[in-house]
Write a protein that binds this ligand. Sequence first.
Ligand code: TK8
Length: 356
Amino acid sequence: MKKLFSFLAVALLALVLVACGGGSSENGESGNNGEGNGENESASGEAEHTIRAGIGLNKDHPQYKGLLKFKEIVEEETDGAIKVETYHSGQLGDDRSMTEALQLGNQEVTIPSTAPIANFVPEFSVFDIPFLFPNEDVADEVLQGDVAQGLLDKLEEEDLVGLAYWENGFRNLTNSERAVETIDDFDGLKIRTMENDLHLEAFKALGANPTPMAFTELFTAMQQGTVDGQENPYATIYLENFYEVQDYVSNTNHVYSPFVFLMSKQFYDGLNDEQKQIVSDAAKEAGQHQIELNREANAKYLEDLQEEGMEYTEITPENRQEMVDAVQPVIEDFKEQIGPETVDGIMQAVEDAQSE
Ligand code: TK8
């Protein structure tokens, strides 16, 4: 009898300990973004759904700050029913592999540039037309217009949901060989491009020797001299420390890259109508926040790049016009592949936005 009593007392004590928070966390599984900084701790309660959101840029980039804003809004608006785990620096893969993971339902959110998306929906290559947007105001106007919004709808055919356009920004050339001032200076430069045929052909037309490559491989490729240069907005060039392996930067402004906030269609279809509205509104609201931060960053970091020792070359309008003329045949060649309706529609939207 005594033994039975002792057993029951020990069992009761163990139950009391577990109920007081010993054992697994009551917040359920909490992912770790590799930073150990608890950013993936859920707000409260047991999550009905978990969003694994991964990007390629690092935690200092406005894109990640925008993702944290999305997390904040969604977890607050759903009172923790939807938990968002955030991953940066390619922890979950590169743009293409993370987009494929969304299609398979192995990840819920990623935010790639439009260029790699063209491998899934060719019409998205319309944003890779060099020198398409003259400034950010025109880009904003066009991306909020019917043609650009219509492209988001096409993503559903690829098991993806495009919830909002965010901003990567105007892309500028860097390299470790020489200052690039005129089109002749591109001659033979081994330039990494995004995995997008139009970018590849455009840099060939400029005289460069381009190589398509995932962003996750880029820093090492520049460090080892596999490529001489790359092109990205100033915020990325600075925040990813490219100045450590690149000596020259030019304001080519040759392409304006949008990001697209992508969600897995499998995941999105599993949400109730209220939750769908919440994640959609959150992607848009966080996108506005990200664009504001991104504009500040892209305006700021050119000076910082020069302070880090990079030599800056200003491209004159005459020299830029030579580059514009050189890529026109490429645009004609790709019009069929992108879709004439999409190309003409975006060109008209740009013209309309400029005339306002
Ligand atoms: C980051 C990329 C990057 C893009 C590139 O995942 O690949 O150069 O500009 O921002 O999407």
